[in-house]
Design a protein around this ligand. Structure first.
Ligand code: SF4
Ligand code: SF4
Length: 132
């Protein structure tokens, strides 16, 4: 048994045995590093809040969500988030707060174009309208 934490005198055990990192795990990690590059959002939320109300963090993750879920599902799943991107005024406040120096307004613009493309491909009618 691997005791990782004790709380209020009672034992909390997360794993029954130590996990081994296999060669396949290392390969997968290397693949993810290549796929993600340096320009990925760490979800720290230091960029928030956005004055007009863009849901920045989930919108920064749209390309990954679409890659994982597929375009049609992602466009429906992320509709509220991505419609909020239309409120962006490109003021740059968020980018000035990002500790990873991500080009947030540009990335949001690209993700919105991708989302619109996914909606057109899937012929998905809009339910959420961003309002100022
Ligand atoms: S650049 Fe856009 S997303 Fe960023 S704070 Fe300004 S309005 Fe919000
Ligand atoms: S500050 Fe940068 S890394 Fe953190 S959530 Fe915002 S965009 Fe992502």
């Amino acid at each position: 048994m691997n005791d990782l934490k004790k709380k209020n005198g009672s034992r909390i055990v997360f794993f029954n045995s130590l996990l081994e990192v296999t060669a396949a795990d290392w390969e997968a990690m290397a693949r993810y590093r290549t796929e993600l590059g340096d320009l990925f959002c760490r979800r720290c939320e230091y960029c928030q809040p956005c004055p007009p109300g863009v849901l920045i963090t989930p919108a920064m993750l749209y390309a990954i969500v679409a890659y994982r879920m597929g375009p049609g599902k992602a466009a429906t799943f992320a509709e509220k988030t991505m419609e909020s991107v239309r409120l962006c005024e490109e003021c740059g406040e968020c980018a000035s707060r990002c500790p990873y120096h991500l080009p947030i307004p540009e990335t949001l613009r690209k993700h919105l174009a991708l989302y619109d493309e996914h909606r057109r491909e899937g012929e998905i009618p809009s339910r959420h309208k961003a309002s100022r």
